[in-house]
Design a protein around this ligand. Structure first.
Ligand code: M6R
Length: 366
């Protein structure tokens, strides 16, 4: 059932090209330059006129939500707020009549997310779900939604569900842009063509595994790691850090790279490993400055790059190359080496990769 892999997590990481293809099936039409999302089509009026979107989720699903915020704001120009479901449910949140609430959950059984949905519904909001498990509590509690359709995810550390959620949010951002005409036909069609090629890029990105495995040996005795990215790579930094801490038990934090100077830089010394998402996209020069700041304090730098021969490579102790792509595909591609890194570090440290201590696959308690 592990398909020849030693762990479900590794199998699920390697399934991502296929699972993303499944997720896009019947929804992405590159020839027509169109996105079709049947599960939410009856809400087109609301989607077109939404004044705000509030996303509620926990853990990895919350990180996917943060990427959704970048994409929806960029392409559809609708303001988005992303909330931990556990905070949303215990506050007294403001929900107005033209707000749309979206709950994201792989399992569809997370107690905090379910309570947030109930609260939003009581306040009169339409709630849509982005869920993997068909017929789950979240899918039943929501008014409509989009399944990720990535197949069962068994490993406690979420991997293919994350890339499925981000794929759905990318389709949603482009769908909203289509409804609201916030992108020209040509811009939209270019994005849809690139999105359609994502599985090929994912296959290419997975080839970094040997390199990542080698780097993992160097992290055997690491005690602390910082993950840094800017823009839509910032939530990927959060996700990379969560993956490492939950399965390898190494303390790891993600930050927006520019926040380093506001505190975390005090932690940098020769014992600290800093993982940068430093692909050739926006803010590249700024990221190079951040890498120099870490080096000057003797921190060890591992960089995820899309150009192995560039300046970042010259400044880093280790580089992992992923294919160069449009920036909006970067979150999924950059997450792959970080998933593999967490896996291999945990394996080398003798941890139980698929069932880390103290954790359950779905958190059905509050
Ligand atoms: O099933 P859900 O997406 O609602 O689960 C949310 C979190 O519990 C989950 O993403 C958790 O953080 C994972 N263990 C992360 O790998």
């Amino acid at each position: 059932e592990k398909g020849g892999y030693n762990h479900f997590m590794l199998k699920e990481i390697h399934e991502q090209a296929k699972s993303i293809r499944e997720c896009m099936r019947g929804r992405v039409y590159p020839e027509q330059g169109k996105i079709a999302l049947g599960g939410i089509a009856s809400f087109d009026g609301l989607l077109k006129n939404a004044e705000r979107i509030v996303i509620v989720a926990c853990g990895t699903s919350w990180h996917a939500g943060l990427i959704g915020e970048y994409l929806i704001e960029k392409y559809a120009r609708i303001p988005v707020e992303v909330e931990y479901a556990s905070e949303f449910r215990y506050r007294d949140p403001v929900i107005r009549s033209n707000d749309l609430v979206i709950a994201i959950s792989q399992s569809g059984e997370t107690a905090d997310t379910l309570s947030a949905i109930d609260l939003a519904k009581k306040m009169g909001a339409v709630v849509l779900g982005i869920c993997n498990v068909v017929g789950s509590s979240v899918s039943r509690a929501t008014d409509g939604g989009i399944y990720t359709h990535v197949g069962p995810e068994v490993g406690v550390a979420s991997t293919k569900a994350f890339s499925g959620q981000v794929t759905v949010l990318t389709m949603l951002a482009l769908y909203l842009a289509q409804l609201k005409e916030t992108l020209s036909k040509e811009e939209r069609s270019n994005c849809i063509h690139s999105l359609w090629k994502l599985p090929e890029f994912v296959e290419e990105a997975l080839k970094c595994e040997d390199q990542v495995q080698r780097i993992a040996y160097g992290m055997l005795r690491s005690r602390n790691c910082i993950y840094l990215g800017r823009g839509c790579a910032f939530p990927v930094a959060l996700e990379g850090a969560l993956k490492l801490k939950e399965i390898s038990y190494i303390h790891a934090e993600g930050y927006p790279a520019a926040e380093m100077k506001h505190g975390p830089i005090a932690l940098i010394d020769e014992e600290m490993t800093v993982i940068f998402i430093a692909t050739n996209h926006s803010y590249h020069e700024k990221i190079i400055n951040n890498i120099q700041e870490v080096r000057a304090r003797k921190g060890k730098v591992i960089a995820i790059v899309s150009n192995a021969g560039g300046e970042v490579a010259a400044l880093s102790d280790e580089v992992v190359q992923i294919p160069h792509s449009d920036e909006f595909l970067l979150p999924i591609l950059a997450a792959i080496p970080l998933q593999l890194l967490a896996y291999h570090v945990a394996l080398i440290r003798g941890c139980n990769v698929d069932q880390p201590r103290n954790l359950a696959k779905s958190v059905t308690v509050e």
